[in-house]
Write a protein that binds this ligand. Sequence first.
Ligand SMILES: *Cc1c(COP(=O)(O)O)cnc(C)c1O
Length: 459
Amino acid sequence: MKPKTIIEPFKIKSVEPIRFTTREEREVLLKEAGYNPFLLPADDVLIDLLTDSGTSAMSAKQWAGIMEGDESYAGSKSFYRFEAVIKSITNLKYIIPTHQGRAAEKILFSIVGGPGKYFPNNTHFDTTRANVEFSGAEAVDLLNEIGKHPEIRADFKGNMDVEKLETFIKEKGVENIPLCMITVTNNSGGGQPVSMQNIKDVKAVCNKYGIPLFLDACRFAENAYFIKMREKGYENKTPLEIAQEMFSYADGVTMSAKKDALVNIGGFLAMNDDELAMKCRNLLIVTEGFPTYGGLAGRDLEAVAQGLLEIVDEHYLQYRIRSVEYLGERLVAAGVPIIEPPGGHAIYIDAKRFLPNIPADQYPGQSIVCELYLEGGVRAVEIGSVMFGKKDKNGKLIPSMMELVRMAIPRRVYTQSHIDYLIEVIIEVYKNRDRLKGYQFTYEAPMLRHFTARFKPII
Ligand SMILES: *Cc1c(COP(=O)(O)O)cnc(C)c1O
């Protein structure tokens, strides 16, 4: 028989209890946290969907690797394993460990960035953009048009606009574009995948002008699985073979291992260019550590190496992508407005359509985030005008383009019944949406205000 039920492709050896609270308790806790779930102690949260970064459950083999890690300062055995596994997937020549993704970005853009330089990407992730801009260069998003429409269903909404890329190169000049990047999957665009054809097309344009192509590969395995499911000619390839082909078009990679390497900390930078690698290693020694550990312990290198072998397992990826899709399907069936189709690592509720009566300056996304916690102890994050809103010169809010609530799904942490519980909570909140209230700030920091802001409900 071909079973219809997709099961978690693991059994559970070690468990971590989660703490139940009552609605009355959560009302007090949320008020104390200034109606900002970022300020809640994690122990007061039942299902934590704040991020999929660094929140994965490690396998028994990864924990065994933690014990086996070789902590030699130079030439650690664990480094050679780390290097060998990454080479077997990326086929890149130089593998440089960093303590997380942004450290790889910081090193790369400190060397190739600077004033007058431009870096195109499908969509820069926040830390990538910040590191490009910190160097004095400009970060440019060239996402294809369809990726900008949350209501349109399409297979590869993470694709870069290849025509725009070529026009952009001609306009700014090859000499001012040290490299081009593609983020797989496109995190800031909702975890939407990029097709192999698009990677090839971008590579062809880059080759024409002699510009290196780098992948921001945080979720390369999830992207590979989407290619297998959706792109003609890849249905019979393994996720590893697809990933290897993706990387064959890349001259370099930055990666946060906190995503698709199934670890709680780690990252790397990889490339083929001899001179660039030498410069990166020299800077690594100043900011991260010796080139064979780069800001990580030997045990972390072991855990990353093992995680990268596990992430390309087809059963794992099927379960991973399907469980996010299942959550999306059930919400859509109940009429809850979400971004469609779901990406690989998260579901985004469209708060504008969910709460059409709460205007942007009363933060509909924040209202949903608060109610998810009150209703079911679920922690999600507002990605809308709280996070991205700007102010005009009179202090009036310039709203974000979209008002979203992100529920990111940690890897291998929650089971089907957690997801079913979550669906119940969201649908209950949706049914009672007429009772939801807007929020106003009572405190906000001048920068990155969403992390520390405090609110009160508007009564
Ligand atoms: C998380 C992430 C990063 C940054 O990695 P950190 O490990 O958080 O520093 C960069 N790019 C993308 C696409 C990411 O998702």
